[in-house]
Design a protein around this ligand. Sequence first.
Ligand code: SF4
Length: 221
Amino acid sequence: MAITDKKLKFFQTKLLEWFEANGRDFLWRNKTSSNYVKIISEVLLQRTKAETVNMFLPTFINSYPDWISLGNASEVKLINILKPLGLSNQRGKRLYKLAQDLKSRNWEFPKNRSLVEEMPMMGQYITNSFELFILKRPSPLLDVNMARVLERFFGPRKLSDIRYDPYLNELAKRVVDHKKIIYINWAVLDFASLVCTARLPICEKCLIFKHCKYYSETKSR
Ligand code: SF4
C-alpha cells in the first residue's frame, strides 16, 4: 500500500519532537564539528556502537585532526590506532587509501555523487553521509537501525540487502526530505537505539504506536 504524505508527516513531526527531548549528545554532532570529523565518525560508526566511537574519537582526532594529517599518516600507525575499535586491518587500509585518494585530488571531494561512491571506503552509506553533511542534501543515513524503524512503522522491504531495496531507499529519502535534514536522520537513529530497539522495542511507551504497522499487527490484539 502506498505511504501517504499524512503518515509520513506524522512520523517526521513526532520523531523530531521526541529527538528534541531525548536526542543523544555526541562529539560529531557539535555545531563546531568539522565536516572531516563528521565523515570520519560515520566511517567508524559503521561497525562500532556510537557510545564507543564517542569515547574513542578524541584519541583519533588528536592524532589525525584533518584530512591532510590523515593523508600523511603511516598506514601501519593508522591501522594500529583503529585496533581498540575492533576495526579490521582491511578497513584501516581502506581508510588510508581514501586519504591517499583525497590527497591526489588536492583534498577536494568530487561534487558528483557517483564519483564519490567510486572512492575507496565510500560505499552507499558513507556516500550518503557525505551528501548529507557536506552537500547538505536530503540523504538518509540508512543502516540496519534506520531500516528497522522504517520497516516496523511503514512496512517491510522485499530484498534482504538494504542497499538494493528500492522501496526502503525511496522511503528513507522521503523521510529525511525535511527542512531539518540532519536532525531527522539523527532522530530516527536515536529512536532506533533507545526506543525501537532490535530485540525489545518499547512499544507501550512509543509516541508513534497508533500508526505503527508492526504494533497494529503484533501488539494491539
Ligand atoms: S510502536 Fe513499537 S515497533 Fe512501532 S515504532 Fe514504536 S517502538 Fe517501534
